[in-house]
Design a protein around this ligand. Sequence first.
Ligand SMILES: C[S@@+](CC[C@H](N)C(=O)[O-])C[C@H]1O[C@@H](n2cnc3c(N)ncnc32)[C@H](O)[C@@H]1O
Length: 225
Amino acid sequence: MIPWELLDSAQVPESGEELRLYQRGGDFSIRVDGRELMNSRTHGSEGALAELACVRIAHRPCPRVLIGGLGMGYTTAAALHRLGADGQVVVAELVPAVVAWNRGPLADLAGRPLQDARVTVREADVARILQAEQRAYDAVLLDVDNGPAGLTWKGNDWLYAGAGLDAAYAALRAAGVLAVWSASPDRAFAKRLCRVGFEVTEVCVRARGPRGGGRHIIWLAVRMS
Ligand SMILES: C[S@@+](CC[C@H](N)C(=O)[O-])C[C@H]1O[C@@H](n2cnc3c(N)ncnc32)[C@H](O)[C@@H]1O
C-alpha cells in the first residue's frame, strides 16, 4: 500500500486548527486535525449540490451563484457545467491555501474551474458575504463542513442557525434557491429552514453518484417571494 504523502498544511483563520493536504498516487485528501474533510475519490454528492440547485435557476438571465466553500472544486465545476455563458459564480473560501491548492496540485481534479472567466474567488468567510449582500444571488450553495451537525469549525454554527439562514434568505433573489450539503439527516435543521420562510425539499444523494456509496443529504430551500 502506498502511504499518504503530506503536500502542504495551513492554519484555518480565526481558529487554532490546521488543514492538511495529502496525496497518494492520483488521490488527494484534505484533513482537519487528522479528520478527513474531503477525499477526491468521493465527490458525487458535491456535484449533485450544484446540479440540483442550478437546474432550477440556469434559465434566468445572467444567473448569479454563491458557493461556500471551494474544497476540491467539484461543486464549482458542476455549477459552471449547468450555467450558460452569461452565468456568474462567486466562490467564497475561508482558507487561502485551499485556493492555492486548487490553482496547483488539485487543479486538474475538477477540470480547472478557477480558470473559467465566469468565476470570481473571494478568500473570505461566506457568512460575511451573506451578511453584506441582499437580493444578490439566484442560488447559494453551502458545503463548508459536514453539515448542520458535527461541525469541524465552531465558527460555522452561525451559518446553520436562524441568523445565518435569515441572511441567506435575504441574499437570495425572488424564488432563489439555498442548497445545503450534509453528511447526515437533521430534522431540526429542516424545521429551521421552514421557520425562516423557505419551501424545503430534502434529497438523498449517493456519495459516488451513479456508482453508489454512502448516503448524503441535500436540502433545497426556495425563497418564496
Ligand atoms: C467539504 S469542503 C467543500 C467541498 C466542495 N463542495 C467541493 O466540491 O470540493 C469545505 C470547504 O469549505 C471551506 N470553508 C469552511 N468554512 C468556511 C466558511 N465559513 N466560509 C468559506 N469557506 C469555508 C473549507 O476550507 C473547505 O475548503
